[in-house]
Design a protein around this ligand. Structure first.
Ligand code: SAH
Length: 354
């Protein structure tokens, strides 16, 4: 707008750190500039459709996106989901990057509804802004949101042009000011964009691996046919090469009963990761069911056995605790609509419907 650069810093602090949505309240900005800003821009989060709170404290918001430029009028409203997972020493916000998803992973309910559209940078960061305001606290002193993960709906690297500026706003001192280790991009493995991400910004990277051989991974994560495991591993190595020594890749592995959870799968996974000479952590995710799912969750015994094999081979292994599954807020359960199952429950749990 031809204004001095420090004005941008001021506006960003008002918006992101102080959660102000009215230019008139930006008291260190002159009246004339406030008026110009108000004439050109709005600060408005997506409309809240439902809020649900799990018995474990996890919250899920269904948010309605506005009509995007060029979108056909009369198209059904686009909704996305954002999940807040409170823990003793941190609060993680799981955000969406696309309405729907085109990756078609066979164990993920987001895939069932197909792809609707990319989210804009504004829509992506608005989830953090909205959640921060709704939860109270702020991004300066009391951080209720300490971590942000791109593990909601969508494949973040398939919407790179909008996701990259969103990451920059999350990390910027004048934005949400999160530290680079507390922002995690999770991908099904879009190799060229893993390289671009590594060159453009410094964040934690999670890879949805789910199988250590191409035959099985082709079935679970179809993008593997385009970017098979060997290429994916090379991209992960390149990603870490430019980072400091404390960095590692998180490998996510969904535990599907009888499909990828046998001891031989664990040994194969250990062989694969140990042969890379890269810092790796394994995150086992017990499968979360959804109505049309063709898989079952591995038994607790299978998960324990699997993680013990990995640990015995020297791999740092964690099993992700299932959170918010009573409100369909767990990994792979986000669909961006108010489901009948949820509606039935509205009376039972604290819910605000707008
Ligand atoms: N598209 C990105 C981010 C999405 S989901 C990606 O693929 O990484 C975050 C994690 O949840 C991914 O590892 C995904 O594979 C996993 N997931 C998907 N469906 C699941 C399900 N039904 N149960 C458990 N985890 C699931």
């Amino acid at each position: 707008m031809g204004e001095a650069g420090f004005r941008a810093d001021q506006v960003m602090l008002w918006i992101y750190r102080r959660g102000v949505s009215d230019f008139e309240l930006m008291s260190n900005i002159g009246k004339a500039l406030r008026a110009r800003l108000a004439a050109h821009f709005v600060i408005r989060p997506p409309e809240l459709v439902t809020e649900q709170v799990s018995v474990d404290g996890t919250r899920k918001w269904v948010l309605k996106l506005e009509q995007a430029p060029g979108e056909k009028p009369g198209k059904p409203v686009t909704m996305i989901e954002t999940v807040y997972i409170p823990e003793a020493n941190r609060g993680t916000l799981c955000i969406s990057s696309q309405a729907g998803c085109a990756m078609d992973c066979s164990f993920c309910s987001t895939a069932q509804g197909g792809f609707s559209r990319n989210m804009s940078t504004a829509e992506i960061v608005a989830q953090v802004w909205f959640a921060g305001k709704t939860l109270g606290g702020d991004f300066q002193n009391e951080r209720v949101i300490s971590n942000v993960v791109f593990m909601g709906m969508g494949e973040p690297l398939a919407n790179y042009n909008n996701v990259l500026p969103a990451i920059r706003i999350l990390l910027d001192d004048f934005g949400f000011g999160l530290s680079k280790r507390r922002v995690t991009v999770s991908t099904s493995g879009l190799v060229p964009f893993i390289d671009r991400l590594g060159g453009d910004v410094d964040t934690a990277l999670a890879i949805s691996l789910h199988a250590a051989n191409d035959k099985l991974r082709d079935q679970l994560v179809p993008i593997n046919k385009k970017y098979p495991i060997a290429e994916l591993m090379e991209a992960c190595k390149r990603y870490l090469a430019g980072k400091d020594r404390k960095s590692h890749i998180i490998y996510e592995y969904v535990m599907l009963d009888g499909v990828n959870d046998q001891p031989e799968h664990a040994r194969e996974l250990a062989r694969l990761l140990n042969s890379q000479g890269q810092a790796a952590k394994v995150n086992l995710i017990p499968f979360n069911p959804f109505p049309e799912a063709r898989y079952k969750r591995s038994t607790p015994e299978a998960i324990t056995r699997f993680s013990e094999i990995l640990r015995a081979k020297g791999l740092l292994t964690m099993t992700r605790r299932t959170r918010g599954d009573d409100i369909d807020a767990a990994c792979g359960q986000l669909v961006g609509k108010v489901q009948s199952k949820q509606k039935k429950r509205l009376g039972d749990i604290p819910v605000r419907v707008q």
